[in-house]
Write a protein that binds this ligand. Structure first.
Ligand code: AMP
Ligand code: MG
Length: 411
């Protein structure tokens, strides 16, 4: 019998996160991708505008460009002597004249207002009358009101989204320098694990369970833009665990495993990582998700998540996601935490900080999933966020609590 390890003091989550992030030196590997393909990537350099956007004052309406001082009354007739469509250029607007103009077309010199066509009448060919006094600047989009030349429109470390690649394109970038994907090797441990498809539900032996962690961990990693090498299931044997870890540590930035991080006799992650590199095994003061391991094997980071599906899921969101974001050089990745009203009671205070699976209701409050067990994956599916409940705290209906929306924990 191996000696029983004495109980470790629990580590506060914030301390664990700071320590973990202390190991996540941002990657300096970059690549160039088409701006079309840059959604979800991380900018590796500041993006500086080399022009003003818009490049010229232009019309925000279909109508007439005028000189506001020409207007006397609704009978004042202006001579329409030019037509400026988007993509073309007009000439200087003479006194008592107007230019037929369309949305996006440059304002001709001399004009100081645009009148929308709905506010005009055309008493004769090439004539226009304006119903009310045009105000200087009306319906004109000013040069540089979106972007001024020389400005950094997107900083290094920006996580690119559809609107940001649109902005990059608006200042002329066809390709972007981005951080190379973080390469992650993923495997699950556990002799009880069976892959869906390998054994039909009615043929599952007692004690066997389908491997669910493999599916959501791989998907979460892919959502974060990682390149995933999925190594499948590794048996609960020391030699097999060591071999898998060694293979995984080459050509990967991060080795991520689930299960086997407790200190039971069938938990081989700890001795295997210790034999190959360094390991810190933490007992984090959170629920779900207490056991968590960080280490290094050769040049690769190692993170071992607990096996219970919800523990694995929550520790991924709270710890692995920020770790990966920092490796990618992302500058802003703290999840949102917003005050929300609990429309439920939570009567059992826990010694650990809890992350309760909850979802927003249409009355502006939060409902709680009935079963908060760390094995109940339906709780994660039902919820749209986590209530961050401090240690020792009960919650009464109507209390304000901190809520972390899943949307901000996944991207
Ligand atoms: P462990 O951390 O290996 O002690 O596992 C804790 C619990 O999580 C056990 O009930 C395991 O059967 C379960 N578990 C471990 N790995 C997985 C997995 N990949 N998918 C689903 N359940 C798992
Ligand atoms: Mg296990």
């Amino acid at each position: 019998m191996p000696p029983i390890t004495p109980r470790q003091p629990l580590k506060p989550l914030d301390e664990a996160l700071v320590e973990l992030l202390g190991h996540a030196a941002p990657s300096d590997k970059t690549e160039t991708v088409s701006t079309f393909d840059a959604d979800g990537r991380v900018l590796a350099e500041d993006l500086v505008a080399a022009l003003d956007v818009p490049a010229h004052d232009n019309s925000s309406m279909d109508g007439y460009a005028v000189r506001s001082a020409d207007w006397q009354n609704a009978e004042t007739v202006l001579h329409v002597n030019q037509r400026i469509a988007a993509g073309s250029n007009g000439s200087v607007l003479a006194a008592m004249s107007a230019a037929r103009i369309f949305t996006g077309a440059p304002i001709p010199d001399g004009a100081d207002a645009v009148v929308m066509q709905e506010d005009c009448t055309t008493p004769g060919p090439e004539q226009v009358c304006v119903a009310t006094q045009p105000q200087v600047g009306q319906w004109i989009r000013r040069r540089g009101e979106d972007v001024t030349s020389g400005r950094t429109v997107l900083p290094k470390g920006e996580l690119l989204a559809p609107e940001s690649i649109g902005l990059a394109a608006s200042v002329g970038y066809a390709a972007l320098r981005v951080v190379a994907p973080v390469r992650v090797a993923l495997f699950s441990t556990g002799d009880e694990l069976v892959m869906p498809g390998d054994v039909a539900p009615q043929d599952m032996l007692p004690g066997a369970i389908y491997n669910s962690n493999r599916f959501f961990l791989r998907a979460l990693l892919q959502r974060l833009g990682c390149t995933v090498t999925d190594m499948g299931i590794v048996p609960d044997k020391l030699a097999a665990t060591k071999e898998a870890l060694l293979t995984a540590s080459s050509a990967h930035d991060l080795v991520l495993t689930s299960g086997g991080v407790s200190v039971g006799e069938e938990d081989h992650i700890k001795p295997a990582v210790q034999a190959l590199g360094q390991l810190n095994l933490w007992q984090i003061a959170i629920k779900p998700g207490k056991p968590f391991a960080y280490g290094k094997i050769q040049n690769a980071h190692f993170i071992g998540l607990p096996g219970n599906p919800v523990s694995s899921y929550v520790t991924f969101l709270l710890l692995v996601r920020p770790f990966i974001r920092q490796l990618q050089g992302v500058t802003r990745f703290a999840p949102e935490s917003i005050a929300a009203r609990a429309d439920f009671d939570w009567t059992k205070a826990d010694k650990r900080r809890e992350f309760l699976r909850a979802r927003r209701n249409s009355a502006g409050g939060l409902d709680l999933f009935v079963n908060q067990s760390s094995g109940v994956l339906t709780s994660a599916v039902w919820s749209d966020g986590l209530v961050d409940n401090p240690a020792g705290r009960t919650i009464a209906r109507g209390d304000m609590v901190q809520f972390m929306p899943l949307s901000s924990l996944m991207f």
